[in-house]
Design a protein around this ligand. Structure first.
Ligand SMILES: Nc1ncnc2c1ncn2[C@@H]1O[C@H](COP(=O)(O)OP(=O)(O)OP(=O)(O)O)[C@@H](O)[C@H]1O
Ligand SMILES: [Mg+2]
Length: 281
């Protein structure tokens, strides 16, 4: 199995060099009622060991952008009129399905908001984590099981051997989200995209999951793209922030710069609506 010691290996791309770059991306949904221009000329990039936050109100195109990275928007109705998604220099938007399948859950992985929609209710959670390695890395059953147990342990699932055999409904929301993160991390991705990974959880558990994501980022030198509504989370966790409004990027910069000197009226309104921001990191 090739994943074994990747944690200690240098991530792809030299320090500061973007490992993932979205360039002038547009995403349309062609519906019976007309075309929805969900994403319009969006560009951002993220480097190894860096956290990029993507914020913006509901419907601003955050998820459509994130799903484009792995070409996961349903086609139809989705089409990509323009743009590129460069992963370590390779355009994922124009590469073939076979290559995409290799990248998904391998070098680039995603965590979604609601684990119940992503976990198979009929499969044991451990098997679902192990399957990532069976499918993406060609690991043997025993290797995959061992790595899955280690991943569950790493993300703080207590008594991994017992939990391994349980089904999603037997776990709390926080534990399910940890299982999702274990599944996303077991292949040692270079890039982790987390789309509102904590909004379904209560505040204490949110905190724990975010801390976990950040410590894993540090440990593995991943690039993290964190989609969130919560500017407090951005202030505490992100290096840079992209603000989206109606499918467009209206702000893109260092978190402190953007928060202290927002250039766009939409960002100012967003900041004004947020109680009190304090950077603790
Ligand atoms: N599969 C789809 N079919 C049709 N329209 C879609 C689809 N996915 C997204 N859209 C539309 O694209 C636009 C952007 O949606 P998107 O889900 O990216 O927003 P978002 O910023 O993630 O919002 P939220 O904060 O609510 O998650 C919306 O107008 C949405 O209705
Ligand atoms: Mg969304």
């Amino acid at each position: 199995m090739t994943t074994q010691n990747k944690a200690t290996a240098a991530p792809r791309g030299a320090a500061g060099e973007p490992v993932l770059a979205v360039e002038d991306l547009s995403v349309d949904f062609l519906l019976d009622t007309g075309a929805v221009h969900a994403v319009r000329g969006v560009s951002w990039q993220v480097a190894a060991g860096e956290t990029l936050a993507v914020v913006g109100e509901s419907g601003s195109g955050k998820t459509a952008t994130a799903l484009s990275v792995l070409r996961l928007n349903p086609e139809p109705p989705c089409v990509y009129p323009g743009g590129r998604v460069l992963f370590a220099g390779e355009d994922l938007l124009s590469c073939g399905e076979k290559r995409l399948r290799a990248v998904r859950g391998g070098a680039v992985s995603m965590v979604f908001q609601d684990p119940m929609t992503s976990l198979d209710p009929l499969q044991r959670v451990g098997t679902q984590v192990a399957e990532v390695l069976r499918h993406h890395r060609g690991a043997s059953r025993a290797e995959a099981r061992e790595a899955a147990l280690a991943a569950l342990d790493e993300v703080g699932v207590p008594d991994p051997a017992r939990r391994y055999r349980q089904y999603p409904h037997e776990l709390s929301g926080g534990l399910r989200q940890r299982v999702m993160i274990a599944a996303a991390l077991v292949g040692r991705p270079d890039v982790l995209i987390a789309d509102e990974p904590t909004t379904a959880l209560d505040v204490t558990v949110q905190r724990q999951i975010l801390d976990l994501l950040l410590s894993l980022k540090e440990r593995h030198g991943m690039a993290v793209v964190l989609i969130t509504h919560d500017l407090g989370v951005v202030a505490e966790t992100a290096d840079r922030v992209v603000v989206m409004n109606r499918g467009e990027v209206v702000e893109n910069g260092d978190v402190l710069d953007v928060f202290e000197h927002p250039e766009d009226p939409y960002t100012r309104a967003l900041l004004a609506a947020t109680p009190r921001l304090e950077r603790t990191a």
